[in-house]
Design a protein around this ligand. Structure first.
Ligand SMILES: [Zn+2]
Length: 167
């Protein structure tokens, strides 16, 4: 995870595009903040738990069971992970296609993860958020938007609608 990737992923989360469920929210926030510290990334605004509880998310990650972030080797985790095929953590992404100016939303599962692979799950989350194919900055409003909302000039639908309205 490069500094650039982490900075972009942080920006997407700050903008309220991500929803994490109760089993993951706090642990993921702490983990990401520790990554930011490790890489010495300065920020004007800090992520809050509310930022990761979006009501209109484009990326969702949840777990069917509580995750022990700081002690993945605990007997509790081990028992739950005895079944090699049990992957309670899932990461989902919503992509947008503009069909005649009407957005069409499509959810897909990016990956599922075992409970002792929470670090792998967070890496996949950050990689998804920092991927230009999924999220990009609108050159007009400077907000990070789902890539499907941007036109060829890298202007988002809100801004281009506004321009059309004025014209
Ligand atoms: Zn815009």
């Amino acid at each position: 995870m490069t500094t650039k990737q982490l900075t972009q992923a942080y920006g997407v989360m700050l903008q309220g595009l991500v929803s994490l469920d109760d089993n993951l929210r706090q642990g993921v926030l702490v983990y990401i903040e520790s990554l930011m510290l490790e890489q010495g990334i300065k920020r004007e605004k800090y992520l809050s738990l509310d930022d990761l509880n979006s009501h209109y998310p484009y990326v969702c990650m949840g777990s069917y069971m509580p995750i022990d972030f700081f002690n993945v080797d605990s007997s509790y985790s081990r028992a739950a992970c005895n079944d090699q095929n049990f992957k309670p953590i899932s990461l989902k992404l919503c992509t947008v296609i503009l069909d005649n100016h009407k957005p069409v939303h499509r959810w897909q599962t990016v990956g599922t993860f075992r409970c002792d692979d929470i670090v792998g799950a967070i890496d996949a989350l950050l990689e998804t958020l920092s991927n230009d194919d999924f999220f990009r900055v609108c050159i007009s409003c400077n907000k990070i938007r789902p890539a499907g909302y941007l036109n060829h000039d890298q202007v988002c639908n809100c801004c281009s609608d506004e321009l059309l309205g004025v014209a």
